[in-house]
Design a protein around this ligand. Sequence first.
Ligand code: AMP
Ligand code: ZN
Length: 461
Amino acid sequence: MPPIQLYNTRSRSLETFVPLHAPNVTLYHCGPTVYGYAHIGNMRAYVFADTLRRMLEWNGFKTTQVINITDVGHLVSDGDEGEDKIDVGAKREGISIEEVITRYTNAFLSDIDSLNIKRAHYFPRASKHIAEQIALIADLESKGYTYKTSDGVYFDTAKFSHYGDFAHIDVSGLSGGERVELGEKRSITDFALWKFHSGQGIRAQEWDSPWGRGFPGWHIECSAMAMKYLGQTLDIHTGGVDHIPVHHTNEIAQSECSTGKTFARFWMHTAFMNVDGQKMSKSLGNTYRVGELSAHGISPMGYRYWLLTSHYRTQANFTFDAVLGAQKAYDRLRKEIATLPAGNHTPNEQALLRAAKLINNDLNTSRVIALIHDLLIDTTVHATELRATIGAIDRLLGLELLSWKEERIVASKDVELLLEKRLQARNAKDWAESDRIRNELLSAHNILVKDTPSGQEISRA
Ligand code: AMP
Ligand code: ZN
């Protein structure tokens, strides 16, 4: 196998990856805050994590993978202020904290299943690991890295001389700006490890601790749970690029000050996905849950295919046209593969080596997809080897390329309305109107309609 080269955010360069304890590889991925549905942008981070795992397993390694479930401590400001996001979710929906957590954890798991993302070995919940977090904070306190204010226990970032290294932050150049409330903190980069009961109303989730009643800060959960399940030094830690300057910088500070060891040997980050050139956000109304794409003719697996056609470190711009184009290419590819002869079960070694070179080069998934297209017209690969070869390469991509069946399209409200109007036109024998609805209106939604004895049947155009 060619060596594995991965881009390490820590060194800002490609490095050869060799596990600390081969054949085992430990992977930690920052997981969802379960106060609402995860959107298709979040899913990019998990499809990436899944591809990383598949690549490592393809190379013969045994992975142990953790995705945490953030169910306490993530405040609305993303800093140390404001309400807990989970409390906000419970109030919004008029249900209990536990119900919010269960509802959105299950939704997350069903979304990742629909994208054929392998389930991680552990999905630890922050609220079930309070003792581990308290132990880590107590250890940092005993080593002199913390101080108390009237509202919590804070990490003193000035005590960690490498604090700014990871994100290339010039800490000395930072000062309390208008938007950042310094309060009693010694430095704006200091962050809460434990927040005290505020006395203003009851927080739904609080625990006793050596510092009194309260709840953990957001960052400490990842360090505590990563080290519990994977040991003090992880092979690879991932997240979205937004985590570099604060969350991951803080994870490194608290973990390395506690253990004196490197926390994660490789840090890998997914670039953001934008929608029509804009940030995805609830206020812009452009956040979609993966299942919602089906009303636009895009299946979760079509979306996965589209994600894999771009490199995880380049920003991706979601447009319905682009993703529908990918969906069609994906469908065509599987249809074509379905026509290949059953053949023998031995993959073509040369083709596998080509795939390994591409994927081991910092997960070049788009080139692996291109390779599969190339193989279909490559005369040096015998037709009888093709199915087995593509099947073997597909274990890297997780695209289920060998299984083709026409997917049922779920009609959106608009499409349902048009179908209803077309039916009325047909009943009135207004064939011109019926054709206009089919040719102009439904085709604009990329929907083909066929009249069958059991009614109008739709498929993707
Ligand atoms: P959150 O639930 O907000 O903590 O985010 C879960 C994961 O999704 C994190 O790794 C984020 O960095 C990542 N993420 C959030 N928004 C996007 C986006 N638009 N594109 C790609 N990744 C994202
Ligand atoms: Zn994290």
